[in-house]
Design a protein around this ligand. Sequence first.
Ligand SMILES: NC(=O)c1ccc[n+]([C@@H]2O[C@H](COP(=O)([O-])OP(=O)(O)OC[C@H]3O[C@@H](n4cnc5c(N)ncnc54)[C@H](O)[C@@H]3O)[C@@H](O)[C@H]2O)c1
Length: 317
Amino acid sequence: MSQGVHFIIGASGQLGTELALSLVSKGEHVVLSDVRRPAHQNLQSLEYVTLDVRDRGAIDAALIAAEASHVYLLAAALSARGEGDPEWAWDLNMRGLLNIMEHASDSQTVKQVFWPSSIAVFGPETPAAAPQCGERKPTTVYGISKNAGEQWCAWYREHRGVDVRSVRFPGLIGHRAVPGGGTTDYAVDIFIEANLTGRYTCYLNEDERLPMLYMDDAVDCIHDLMAAPADRLKVATSYNVHGMDFTPAELGAAIAERVEGFTMDYAPDFRQAIAANWPDSLLDAEARADWGWSPKIGMNELVSIMLEAKKVVLSET
Ligand SMILES: NC(=O)c1ccc[n+]([C@@H]2O[C@H](COP(=O)([O-])OP(=O)(O)OC[C@H]3O[C@@H](n4cnc5c(N)ncnc54)[C@H](O)[C@@H]3O)[C@@H](O)[C@H]2O)c1
């Protein structure tokens, strides 16, 4: 891994918490930033800057002061929250990205930027198994912003020489931080409720299949993509990465095999309409070929890990 300064924006969120913990465990110099302090106890003593990513002056000052070499832009409005406040979601997701891209364009210090896209760039016309170059007609504010963001990344790579790297993450499932308002959050919430109450009411239909990824695989994915030689990266927008796919009913059945008496029912809400327009799975041959993407955790291992670890997250955060 590079010896540099890893600056995480949105570090107190679900992915930022996990990425920060991983970078620290590798002995890297990490600086955290967010609009709220990190909750995880193992991050309390790290360098932390309160920072609104929409504020270009504050971005410039913080990245220069930290001498940031690697910037991870994770601050974003996610799919479900974004639909409730479209202008806020668009402004946060676009202004934040443009601020980082402009800073990186001018900076001699910033070497690489990581910015995650999402399965939300796809829409109803995309095949159920979404190809890398599948039709992108997103139906949510979140998806529209990620789609535009992918094109901005390609533009800054091409015209300003910014080494920005990106993947389209599916739903991320981890146990070290709570999720921040996405449509796939049920696949984390279900484990908390399975351990606490032994029952869960799902806001998606029982047969709504979605692609998912275990958080440790997602974090390794970021490390591997950032470490890949630039000339290997043929996709200028964002790489599909797939971990596993399942329906709520399949996940519930796997939990019921391990948690005696676990029951599940369904009360679909507006998030079902969002999920219905997303693919069931992602075809990720390009990521595998170009930089060796290879996830380790499938659904059965995920269920075992999450059921055991959920007891930990509640006491740690
Ligand atoms: N979690 C998933 O399932 C998933 C899936 C696909 C893509 N992604 C992407 O990964 C990234 C991280 O997602 P996450 O799940 O950690 O989200 P999250 O909501 O858990 O974390 C986002 C963080 O950004 C912070 N933030 C909000 N507004 C800010 C601002 N103006 N300035 C600075 N920080 C601000 C929040 O306080 C929060 O800590 C996002 O770009 C998201 O679109 C996540």
